[in-house]
Every structure is written in C-alpha cells, then in structure tokens.
Design a protein around this ligand. Structure first.
Ligand code: NAP
Ligand code: GDD
Length: 339
C-alpha cells in the first residue's frame, strides 16, 4: 500500500497534490484545521476519497496520533508513507504581523513532524518532503539562484522557513530519515489564495472587465518573481520522494517578470490597454481608451523589507529528476482569468 499524508491539504498545493496522489493509486490522508467557516473549498470535489483528520502543526499530540493511526492501520502492508509538509502560515506580509505564530508553525512545526517520524515504528518506510521556498534567498546573493546560492531571509516567514530547511537536513543526517527540501519559486493557479499578488490582479482584472470594480490598489509593482503553475510544481514534489536518496532541489521556470509586467499582461489578455503615469505613490495605471484609472498604489501593501528579485535555476531538478514544467506565464494568466 502506498500512502500519502499531506499537511496543508486544504491549501493550493495540497489540493493539486491530493489529486495527483489519488490518480497514482495512493491512499491519501490529510490534516485539516478546524475552522468556524468552511476551509475545504479546494478539495470538496474529492473529499469522499480522502482520509481527513483535524489537526494543527502547533500540536505534537495530534501529529503523533495521526501518524500512528496511519502506520497502525497499514502495518507491514505499508510500502511507503510519503509525508508532504505543506502546512504553513504562507503569507510573507502577514508574517510581519504574527511573527511568533509564524515561527511556531513554519519553523517548529517542521521539527514536530520530524520527531514523530523519528519515533515511529515504521520510520524506515516514511519519506518526508519539506515545502521550502525561494524566499530563503531574500536579498539574493547570486542571480539566478541555485541549490548552492547562500540564503539571506528578509521576513519572519523566511526566517522560520530557514529553520525548517535546516532541521530537515539535520534529521536526515542525524537519524537517517528520508527527508528532503523542495526550494520552490512562486507558483500560482486559479486556486491561489485571494491576497497573493497574482490572484489579486487577475480577480481584479475580471471584476473591472465585468464592471464590478473600478481599480486595483497595489503595493510595490517593481519587484520581480519567477512564476510557475502549482500543478507542475506538485509533480516535482512527488518526483523528489521517488528517488533512491533524499536530495534537495530548486523548482523554478528560469524566467521572471515584474508585478507591473504581470499587470500589463493580465489587462492585455482582456483587451484593455494600460498606460502609466506618475511616480512612486502617485503612479497610476489607466485605460488608454477611456482614461479611467485602473491601478493605484498604496503604501499599506509595502513590506518593511522587500525581496526585490527572484530568479531560479532548476537545471539540477531537470537533469536528475527529469522534471519539466508545462505552463508559461501567459498560460497561467489565461487560466487564472478564465476560471
Ligand atoms: P496555502 O494555499 O496558503 O496553504 C497553506 C495550508 O497550510 C492550508 O491548508 C492551511 O490551512 C494550512 N495551515 C495553515 N496554518 C496551519 C497550521 N497551524 N497547522 C496546520 N496547517 C496549517 O499555501 P500553498 O501556496 O499551497 O503553499 C504550500 C506550502 O508551500 C506552504 O508551506 C508554503 O509556505 C510553501 N511554498 C509556497 C510557494 C508558492 O508560491 N505557493 C512557494 C514556495 C513554498 P487552512 O486552509 O485552514 O488555512
Ligand atoms: N500580496 C501582495 N499584495 N503582494 C503585492 C501587492 C499586493 O497588493 N502589491 C505588490 N506586491 C508584491 C509584493 O511586495 C511581492 O514583492 C510580490 O508582489 C509577490 O507577493 P506575493 O504574491 O504575496 O508572494 P511572495 O513572493 O511574497 O510569497 C509567495 O511566494 C513565496 C515563494 O517565493 C508565497 O506563496 C510564499 O508562501 C512563498 O514561499
């Protein structure tokens, strides 16, 4: 029996990874948080096929209970249990508001999972994937960034993820656990959370086109990101756990664009010509044909420390895992606007 356990199963990546594992014949388990309103929108279409348990990465007891429940259920029939740690407080800007919580979940939460794996009777059949991030590069020391580029985190989120990255390597080296990091650059989809920049822009463009919204209020439109599609990236996560040995890999597209360029491509897709005038907080984007304002800037969306430019080089993943991505930036924008 091949079994997958996903923390963060209700998130963007958790939902695509669940679909992938089900398609491959895995039994899929997931840890969900209790919420006062529904948080299963992204997995409702497959919910009957999943084994969901309430839990939280702040709670070692529940993590241990769930892991033990799974290994007790399958016992010696277990071929492999792949644990994907995707659960996180994943919003960089919000991490400045709730830094201690973010450290606990995104940093110490990784340790809690690894300890439970270490103490499990079937430890040697368990493989662990840690959702590491290109935010680790922060104030990037090299362009493009590879597995060997030094880290320089720029937010409480990235600092917590730095701990998660190293504790994963430490448990691999100390306790011989099959544990690896995927250092993933930004990846998007129609299931992206509403307050991440690509979703905010594509939803805003749709609303403006339909006459439901006048303009979009943005923060820093000059940072650059290397954006891929979440479907391509969860396939890369799965590939990492299929190797003989645990190794850390970068996944990225090797192309990057500014937020401003993403805005321009999104409006272009719905046949609106955006032009710009002004500078700094006074910069606006307007519709060339009607003169209506489409984009305004508000400093409330600026970050105390920004990550100005991210560009990944995933040559290692392409050569060693055979990983490829299918979506380019225009394909991502098209899907996000059309869905
Ligand atoms: P997401 O959509 O924000 O999903 C995060 C998931 O974590 C949700 O299921 C959320 O549950 C869960 N979660 C939050 N706090 C938790 C807690 N205390 N205990 C247990 N679960 C908790 O994030 P994503 O885009 O799918 O990203 C998946 C992982 O990859 C995250 O670790 C993220 O940091 C990392 N990552 C993402 C990217 C990217 O560009 N997407 C790039 C690199 C790394 P609720 O649904 O209840 O909120
Ligand atoms: N969210 C947001 N909202 N970002 C804005 C806005 C806005 O109104 N205006 C400009 N930006 C800029 C941010 O300052 C940042 O430079 C960039 O858009 C991208 O922001 P996000 O979409 O919030 O993503 P992120 O790059 O900070 O973090 C995402 O990618 C990381 C991987 O590099 C998250 O998914 C992280 O969890 C992930 O680790």
């Amino acid at each position: 029996m091949k079994v997958g356990l996903i923390t963060g199963i209700t998130g963007q990546d958790g939902s695509y990874l669940s679909e992938l594992l089900l398609k491959k014949g895995y039994e899929v388990w997931g840890i969900c948080r209790r919420s006062s309103s529904s948080n299963t929108m992204r997995i409702n279409h497959i919910i009957d096929k999943l084994n969901l348990r309430y839990g939280d990465l702040s709670d070692s007891i529940c993590i241990n209970n769930i892991l033990t429940e799974i290994t007790d259920k399958y016992g010696d029939d277990l071929i492999v249990l792949e644990v994907y740690n995707l659960g996180a407080m994943s919003h960089v800007k919000v991490s400045f508001d709730i830094p201690e919580y973010c450290s606990d979940i995104d940093g110490t939460g990784v340790l809690r999972l690894l300890e439970c794996i270490k103490n499990n009777k079937y430890k040697d059949k368990i493989r662990f994937y840690q959702a590491s991030t290109s935010e680790l590069y922060g104030l990037a020391q090299n362009i493009p960034q590879t597995e060997n580029t030094p880290f320089y985190p720029r937010s409480p989120y990235a600092c917590a993820k730095l701990y998660g990255y190293w504790i994963t390597i430490n448990y691999r080296e100390c306790f011989n656990i099959y544990a690896c990091n995927g250092i993933l650059f930004n990846h998007e989809s129609p299931r992206r959370g509403d307050t991440f920049v690509t979703k905010k822009i594509t939803s805003g463009v749709c609303n403006i086109k339909k006459g439901k919204q006048d303009y979009i209020t943005m923060g820093n439109i000059y940072s650059k990101r290397d954006w891929g599609h979440a479907k391509d990236f969860v396939y890369g996560m799965w590939l990492m756990l299929q190797q003989d040995k645990p190794v850390d890999y970068v996944l990225s597209t090797g192309k990057h664009y500014s937020i401003k360029e993403f805005i321009e491509m999104s409006f272009e897709y719905v046949n609106i010509n955006i032009k710009w005038k002004g500078e700094g907080l006074d910069e606006i984007g307007y519709d060339e044909d009607t003169g209506k304002t489409l984009i305004v800037i508000d400093s409330k969306y600026f970050r105390p420390t920004e990550v100005d430019t991210l560009l990944g080089d995933s040559t290692k993943a392409m050569l060693e895992l055979g990983w490829k991505y299918k979506y380019d930036i225009k394909g991502i924008i098209k899907e996000m606007i059309d869905t």
